[in-house]
Design a protein around this ligand. Structure first.
Ligand SMILES: C[S@@+](CC[C@H](N)C(=O)[O-])C[C@H]1O[C@@H](n2cnc3c(N)ncnc32)[C@H](O)[C@@H]1O
Length: 267
């Protein structure tokens, strides 16, 4: 197998693309299984926040299970693959995302930037600055900024340096100050059980700037990105999350999105 995992990717398409595609839900299935059902280029924007392969539980929570920290908190997910296996796996889902989505953004964690560059050179990097610089782990990703890697099969359809006509961001950078928790999140956190939901403001900024009509998140986790998509009125969205333990999070957030959706549309 080559390092990228792309060329060696087995051509497994047992499922006819499009056969089972149902929009506007988070399916509890493996991301690869889900994406392979999606026909080519039928989604405007894909956003991936995959496991970073950093042994999340022991790094971030001092080796304690999350369940020990907060009653009712679900544990983590498998975050310690063999590095070669991890790279090959990332190559597979990234290649499927590029096949199915016009534009793809990967929130890869600082620690994985070189690996993603090896797998497939991104068109650009969106640098996302945060106020959050507490060092909670020895891993390099816990710095003040996180890069988001940008891919597209047709580079004219997306960012490039210098920004082209279709570029939706004026520079190649989103500068974003993160409030650690906004009030609603704090309230939600009493209910949500996922250990590492992504910053809602970041997703809000991306969706507002890019205005996708369809959106995919293959690693939905608690469902933050799909919540924002639904809330902002993205017509068609779909997510996959393999751990059924987070179903209650999805239900909570998607129901909440239903209630607030009218307030803020993308148009
Ligand atoms: C970094 S978390 C995503 C967090 C999410 N953005 C949120 O805001 O809650 C990565 C998620 O990917 C899920 N995951 C890991 N491997 C997967 C796979 N093969 N298919 C689908 N989901 C997977 C994990 O269970 C975990 O919830």
């Amino acid at each position: 197998m080559n390092r990228s995992g792309l060329h060696s990717m087995p051509n497994v398409v047992e499922i006819k693309p499009g056969a089972g595609l149902k929009w506007n839900e988070i399916r509890c299935i493996d991301a690869l299984e889900g994406i392979r059902e999606i026909p080519d280029k039928c989604i405007d924007l894909g956003f991936a926040d995959p496991p970073f392969n950093i042994d999340l539980e022991s790094n971030v929570n001092n080796g304690k299970a999350f369940s020990e920290k907060k009653e009712g908190t679900i544990s983590y997910y498998d975050d310690l693959l063999d590095p070669v296996e991890y790279e090959a796996w990332c190559g597979k889902w990234l290649s499927e995302m590029i096949r199915t989505c016009q534009k793809v953004i990967v929130y890869c964690g600082n620690v994985n930037v070189p690996m993603f560059h090896r797998i497939r050179e991104p068109l650009d990097e969106i640098v996302y600055f945060t106020k959050f610089n507490t060092i909670i782990t020895s891993c390099a990703w816990a710095g003040r900024y996180r890069p988001l890697l940008v891919y597209a099969s047709d580079k004219n359809s997306f960012l490039g340096r210098p920004p082209g006509e279709n570029c939706k961001f004026d520079t190649n950078v989103i500068v974003k100050s993160r409030q650690f928790f906004d009030k609603s999140e704090e309230r939600d956190r009493k209910v949500l059980r996922h250990p590492c939901p992504i910053d809602r403001e970041l997703i809000h900024a991306i969706l507002v700037q890019m205005k996708p009509r369809s959106f995919l998140d293959p690693f939905a986790g608690s469902g933050t990105t799909l919540y924002m998509a639904k809330k902002l009125g993205v017509e068609k969205w779909i997510g996959f999350e393999k751990n059924p333990a987070y179903r209650a999070d999805h239900e909570f957030l998607l129901n909440k999105a239903k209630r607030v959706a009218v307030q803020s549309k993308l148009v």
